[in-house]
Design a protein around this ligand. Structure first.
Ligand code: SF4
Ligand code: SF4
Length: 449
């Protein structure tokens, strides 16, 4: 008999499921392949309640609650390597790669200054750089920094030509003699797959100028600029000169429901930051002129429809966009200070191996089947089973946690709910309503219900 549920992925869906499982009196074993928990949203979760208002080292309620909950075990740098058994009775093996930095790390940053390996920081959407020894964000759990051993000059255990970080670490926190990989074995009654999603990196948007000018950014990069722990403290400053933009164009080229949700949220935040001109250019046939008018009247956002769009970056200060206006059938040229290319999201790259391990079906789209009836005891939630927003991912997590706990013998569950439940900072009700309104009107602009 087991009292445990395996959760693969420590993004918002996985962590919500873990808290629900623990609150029901069971144990959650959470496996995260990155060195820290929180997934893509970890950056947002380090924000307090306003743009730019975060303090270094400020704690994150969700992380604190997870760390304090003795019914939740977290394995970072981990991957599930084996699953055998059936609902109520699975044996799983988890491989944990060494971090090479222990809990003695005080986050003093001295190692960062001496490490010679410079890499794009994927946790800042590539807008900044990190070193081979790094921490992804200001506030993380676990707090210890980590070594990206695939890019480090050392190859433990025997090839250790670089000692720079070890030499400056006064806290003796760096240990290249850690076992390179450790295998954990667990007996669990159910498995929740919360592998999250992958976000487009601008590939395929070269025609729209991506890569030719620093101020043409993807929606993923804009998202990071708008997050208070991001490189600009939460303000949409132009990467080229760190000036505030007066005009921002958001280009929608076959966006999904998820990317429209992101676009709506960003448009709203840009307006809140007093960007005078926020314009949306839809690269398809016009749909509802009423929706465009409603968007302008209710929010101040302008909408255009165009084709044959090109971005000219010859002028140093601004970006000139040219396109054939669908309505007027004329060539339009407009200048903007920044351009946001609305990139799509896709399935997590690890989904095929999870499908093999769990038996969940892998659709042509790359998403997993939701499990449950056809795979008792195994559930894919959140963006593992299709692009979803945070609200739907969290509600999936609650349903799957309940179903998972039903696979356990009630006699092994503890009685009371476990500890405090952490949460993300939430925007105020007016912001939520405004974002939902913009999102609805954007859907009408591209003729999608
Ligand atoms: S590993 Fe050592 S040097 Fe680097 S941040 Fe941690 S305590 Fe400081
Ligand atoms: S051993 Fe050298 S390359 Fe590796 S993390 Fe330390 S300083 Fe960087």
């Amino acid at each position: 008999m087991t009292d445990s549920v395996l959760i693969i992925g420590a993004g918002i869906a996985g962590l919500t499921a873990a808290q629900e499982v623990a609150a029901a009196g069971a144990r959650a074993v959470v496996v995260e392949q990155r060195p820290v928990i929180g997934g893509r949203l970890a950056a947002t979760m380090t924000a307090s309640d306003g743009i730019g208002e975060r303090a270094e080292g400020e704690s994150v309620p969700l992380f604190d609650a997870i760390a304090a909950n003795d019914r939740i075990e977290i394995i970072t740098n981990g991957t599930v390597s084996q699953i055998n058994g059936q609902a109520g009775n699975f044996d799983v093996a988890i491989t944990e790669k060494a971090r090479f930095v222990t809990d003695a790390c005080t986050r003093c940053k001295l190692c960062h200054g001496v490490c010679p390996v410079v890499l794009p920081n994927e946790y800042d959407a590539g807008l900044t750089f990190r070193k081979a020894i790094f921490t992804p964000m200001l506030t993380t759990w676990p707090e210890a920094w980590a070594i990206d051993i695939d890019n480090c000059l050392n190859t433990p255990p025997n090839y250790l030509p670089c000692n720079r970080c070890v030499e400056v670490c006064d806290d003796n926190a760096i240990h290249f003699d850690q076992a390179v990989a450790t295998t954990h074995r667990h007996h669990v009654g159910a498995i929740i797959v919360a592998t999250g999603l992958d976000v487009g990196d601008g590939t395929g948007f070269e025609d729209l100028g991506y890569g030719s000018h620093a101020d043409i950014v993807t929606s993923m990069e804009m998202q990071r600029l708008l997050e208070s722990p991001g490189p600009t403290g939460g303000y949409a400053m132009r990467p080229s000169d760190e000036e505030y933009p007066q005009s921002v164009l958001i280009i929608l080229d076959e966006p999904s429901a998820f990317s429209l949700y992101i676009a709506a949220s960003q448009a709203q935040q840009l307006l809140a930051q007093d960007v005078e001109d926020v314009t949306v250019l839809v690269l398809s046939q016009p749909t509802s002129s009423e929706a465009a008018e409603a968007l302008r009247q209710k929010t101040g956002i302008k909408a255009l429809w165009g084709t044959a769009c090109r971005v000219v970056t010859e002028n140093a200060g601004s970006l000139q966009v040219s396109f054939e206006d669908f309505t007027e059938k004329t060539l339009i040229r407009m200048d903007f200070d920044m351009i946001v290319l609305c990139v799509d999201v896709g399935p997590a790259p690890g989904n095929p191996s999870i499908a093999k391990l769990t038996g969940l079906a892998l659709a042509d789209s790359g998403y997993l089947s939701t499990g449950g009836d056809e795979h008792p005891g195994i559930f894919a939630i959140g963006c593992a089973a299709g692009a979803k927003n945070i609200r739907d991912s969290m509600s999936d997590a609650k349903v799957a946690a309940e179903a998972s706990v039903r696979e356990l013998n009630p006699r092994v569950l503890e009685d009371s709910a476990a500890g405090q439940v952490g949460s993300m900072p939430t925007p105020d009700a007016a912001s939520i309503e405004m974002r939902a309104q913009i999102e609805q009107l954007l859907h009408a602009l591209i003729d999608r219900p």
